[in-house]
Design a protein around this ligand. Structure first.
Ligand code: 6GU
Length: 269
C-alpha cells in the first residue's frame, strides 16, 4: 500500500517515521512519501495562499500549486489501469472518519492526503482532481484544527495498523473498541488486589464462557453510558437472549431489530 502526503509543513509528519508505522515502512509493508507543496510555487515568496473571493476572514489556498503536486503524484500512482487513487482532503466539513472508513481505506492501493491550512483549498481543486482521483473530504470529528496534518497522523495510523502484518497480533484487531460497534471492555493486569481495589472475581475464575458474558455485559453498559449513539446504530436482531436482557436492564426496548430507549416511546393520548 502507498501513501503520499502533501503539506506546507512536511516536518509535521515526522512522527510517521516512528513506532508501528515507521517499522511497517522499514519492513516494506507500506510506502509513504511526504511532499512540500511549496516546491510547486514559482514566485519569490513561494506563495500558497490568497484572499477569498466574496470576502470573509482568513486566506484560501491557491489552486495551481495543488494541481501541480497532485498531477505529479497521480502520474506516479501504482494503481492498476482503470482504477483511481483516493484523495483524502482532511476538513472539518468532510464525512466523519471512523473505524469502518479506516477498514475501507485500508483496502485501497494508493491514498493521497492533501493537508489544507488557513480557511481551506480553492474548491475548484477538488472538482478538477476528480478526473484522476476518488476525492473524499474527511473530518476527524466536530471540532476545528488549524490544518490537516494532525488529522493525517491520526488517519494514517488508524489505516496503516489494519494492513496485514503491521500489528503483530491480529487478534488485537478483533477485540478492540469499535470492531463490533461497541466500546471495548475494561482490562486489568497483576496484581489482582491493588490499593484496596480487586479485579472482578470472574476474571480469575478461568471460566471462559462466564468471562465472555461478563465482558460483553460491560461493553454494553459502558457503550450505553458513554456512547448512546452507538447503541442506537446496533443491529440487535442477532443478539443473544442474555445481551438483549442487558439492554433491557439498561432501559432499552428492542423494536424492529433496533435498541430504542424505553422512555423515548411516547404513548398516544
Ligand atoms: Cl480532518 N481537518 C481540520 N482542519 N480540522 C478538523 C478535522 C480535519 N477534523 C476535525 N477538525
Amino acid at each position: 500500500m502507498r501513501f503520499d502526503v502533501v503539506s506546507i509543513f512536511p516536518e509535521y509528519l515526522a512522527p510517521l517515521d516512528l513506532s508501528l508505522i515507521g517499522k511497517a515502512r522499514t519492513q516494506g509493508l507500506l510506502e509513504l512519501a511526504v511532499h512540500d507543496l511549496r516546491s510547486h510555487t514559482v514566485d519569490r515568496h513561494r506563495t500558497v495562499d490568497d484572499t477569498p473571493y466574496g470576502g470573509g476572514a482568513g486566506m484560501v489556498m491557491k489552486a495551481e500549486p495543488w494541481a501541480q503536486s497532485l498531477a505529479q503524484i497521480a502520474a506516479a500512482s501504482p494503481v492498476s489501469d482503470g482504477a483511481k487513487p483516493t484523495l483524502i482532503v482532511p476538513s472539518p466539513a468532510g464525512e466523519v472518519f471512523n473505524q469502518q472508513l479506516a477498514y475501507e481505506l485500508a483496502a485501497e492501493e494508493h491514498l493521497v492526503f492533501a493537508c489544507g491550512r488557513y480557511e481551506g483549498i480553492d474548491e475548484r481543486v477538488l472538482e478538477w482532481a476528480a478526473e484522476e482521483y476518488n476525492v473524499r473530504p474527511v473530518s476527524l470529528g466536530d471540532y476545528v484544527l488549524n490544518g490537516g496534518e494532525v488529522a493525517v497522523l491520526a488517519m494514517v495510523e488508524a489505516i496503516g495498523r489494519l494492513i496485514p502484518g503491521v500489528v503483530g497480533n491480529p487478534e488485537s484487531l478483533v477485540e478492540e473498541s469499535h470492531a463490533d460497534g461497541l466500546l471495548e471492555y475494561p482490562v486489568y493486569t497483576k496484581p489482582s488486589s491493588w490499593r484496596g481495589r480487586d479485579v472482578p472475581e470472574v476474571l480469575l475464575s478461568g471460566n471462559h464462557g462466564k468471562i465472555a458474558k461478563f465482558r460483553k455485559e460491560l461493553q454494553l453498559r459502558r457503550t450505553a453510558v458513554r456512547r448512546p449513539d452507538l447503541i442506537a446504530a446496533l443491529d440487535v436482531a442477532a443478539f443473544s437472549k442474555a445481551d438483549k436482557n442487558v439492554l433491557w436492564e439498561l432501559g432499552y426496548a428492542i423494536v424492529n431489530g433496533r435498541a430504542v430507549q424505553r422512555d423515548a416511546v411516547v404513548e398516544p393520548d
